[in-house]
Design a protein around this ligand. Structure first.
Ligand SMILES: Cc1cc2nc3c(=O)[nH]c(=O)nc-3n(C[C@H](O)[C@H](O)[C@H](O)COP(=O)(O)OP(=O)(O)OC[C@H]3O[C@@H](n4cnc5c(N)ncnc54)[C@H](O)[C@@H]3O)c2cc1C
Length: 428
């Protein structure tokens, strides 16, 4: 050993900061990607093994696409990065004293924690409605809804009682936001075009499809002319739109709106959203929907190393209005938090508060109409549908998914056929 060697202090390996990201939806994945080139060890925990492109879930629910077309295994998306480990487990709490995430199958330590656990359905205090009116959030929800819709027509074909047949052929969507509008339009396409010639005892074109909205117009977050355009497009497809129609009851016989009972065996819930339970894990201040009120840098008050992003966070725009629960917010927040963590690790003072850039709103109505608001520039009808289609294919994750979805849409468009009309689990 040389003198120089013996004089040098033993090199002490500093452990790399551990970043735990809970949830591999839009927020979690974009945060992960931002950190893959940073000197950190990342652990992504999700209760599912796939990232889901929720904006196209309604197409799985209405048999236009198959589940695998809009989902990608999380490992396939981020598992190839040497500093990313993926665990499939459900997080049930956070031990902020010990700085550990508590999962069903153990605990994991963190230096930085990003919570991106999204949202679920809210039945506004009527959880008993859930079994009669499923919401649309996961692949299981979408395939369950597809099963209910297709079974309703199969049942109607077998029935001789005209009232029961009518009840089976009445499909109700509750909630006139983008999901409700897209569901109702796609259900009309399914009944009035794809299924039209496939039955003998019934005529699926005579199916009654209702869209119930408690407020005075559809798409309340869009400009008024686009709401009106969406309503006209739905009417053209044969959807009955009822505005100022809050639902008072949902049960096995259908729904009650005001004093009217609408008999139906298929009710879809697209009316309310509730954030994940992350606020409870952290005992954090939250709004009525359960969203954690975050600081301007998206950290959770009192916990500078814990961040909440996406649908589970309540952050405000420059106009002091809450940011909407949409994918671009979650993605931009994910990217921002990744950049902030990198800056902190590099010892830089910070990168300023999070600022959201809103590029526009889109919603589609059936197979050839949509409404688009791109920074105040409004588009309706087929041109809007083209913009909507290109945007959704562009934003899908994975070349295979893009190719399959584009091919499916072209096929559906040219033939009126929907390929994913498979009923699984045939009993009610
Ligand atoms: C039907 C539907 C249609 C939509 N359409 C549009 C649209 O057209 N345009 C648009 O911009 N937005 C749309 N959205 C909203 C958009 O999908 C959400 O805003 C976005 O997904 C939020 O991203 P996120 O990362 O916060 O949560 P999510 O994408 O929901 O991801 C949350 C992740 O956390 C995981 N998770 C949850 N709890 C736990 C736990 N306890 N432990 C471990 N993992 C957990 C989940 O499995 C999931 O992978 C739509 C949403 C739905 C449901």
């Amino acid at each position: 050993m040389s003198d120089a060697d013996s004089a040098a202090p033993a090199a002490v390996m500093q452990p790399r900061p551990r970043v735990v990201i809970v949830g591999a939806g839009f927020g979690g994945l974009w945060a992960t990607k931002q950190l893959t080139d940073a000197p950190v060890d990342i652990l992504v925990v999700d209760r599912r093994n796939h990232h889901l492109f929720q904006p196209l879930l309604y197409q799985v629910a209405t048999a236009a696409l198959s589940a695998a077309d809009i989902a990608s295994p999380i490992r396939a998306v981020v598992g190839r990065y040497p500093n990313v480990m993926v665990l499939m487990d459900k997080v049930v709490g956070v031990d902020t004293e010990a700085r550990e995430v508590v999962m069903m199958d153990g605990r994991k330590p963190y230096d930085y924690l990003v919570i991106a656990t999204g949202a679920g359905h809210s039945y506004f205090g009527h959880d008993e409605w859930a079994s009669y009116a499923p919401g649309l959030k996961s692949i299981e929800d979408a395939t369950d809804i597809r099963r209910r819709i297709l079974l309703a027509f199969e049942r109607a074909e077998c029935l001789s009682d005209s009232e029961e047949r009518k009840r089976n052929m009445t499909l109700v969507v509750v909630g006139g936001g983008p999901t409700g509008v897209e569901m109702a339009g796609a259900m009309a396409d399914l009944a009035k075009r794809a299924l039209a010639k496939d039955f003998h005892a019934i005529d699926p074109r005579r199916a009654r499809i209702l869209l119930l909205e408690a407020g005075p117009r559809l798409l309340p977050t869009f400009a008024e002319d686009l709401s009106a355009s969406a309503e006209r497009a739905l009417n053209r497809l044969g959807v009955e739109v009822k505005l100022n129609a809050p639902v008072a009851q949902v049960d096995g016989d259908g729904v009650i709106v005001g004093s009217e009972r609408i008999p139906s065996r298929t009710v879809i819930w697209a009316a309310g959203v509730a954030a994940s339970s992350a606020a409870l894990w952290l005992q954090a201040e939250h709004d009525r929907a359960g969203r954690i009120k975050v600081n301007p840098d998206l950290s959770v008050p009192g916990h500078p190393n814990i961040f909440a992003i996406g649908d589970t966070a309540l952050a405000f725009g420059p106009d002091s209005k809450p940011l909407p629960g949409i994918a671009p917010v979650a993605k931009q927040q994910g990217r921002y938090v990744g950049t902030l963590i990198k800056a902190r690790i590099a010892g830089s003072p910070g990168i300023g508060p999070f600022r959201y850039k809103h590029y526009g709103d889109l919603a589609t109505i059936g197979r050839k109409a949509a409404v688009v608001d791109f920074r105040g520039w409004h588009l309706h009808g087929f041109p809007a549908w083209l913009v909507w289609s290109i945007a959704h294919i562009w934003f899908l994750i994975g070349f295979r998914n893009r190719l399959i979805v584009a091919t499916n849409w072209l096929w559906n468009y040219a033939t009126f056929q929907l390929g994913a009309r498979i009923i699984t689990r045939c009993t009610d």
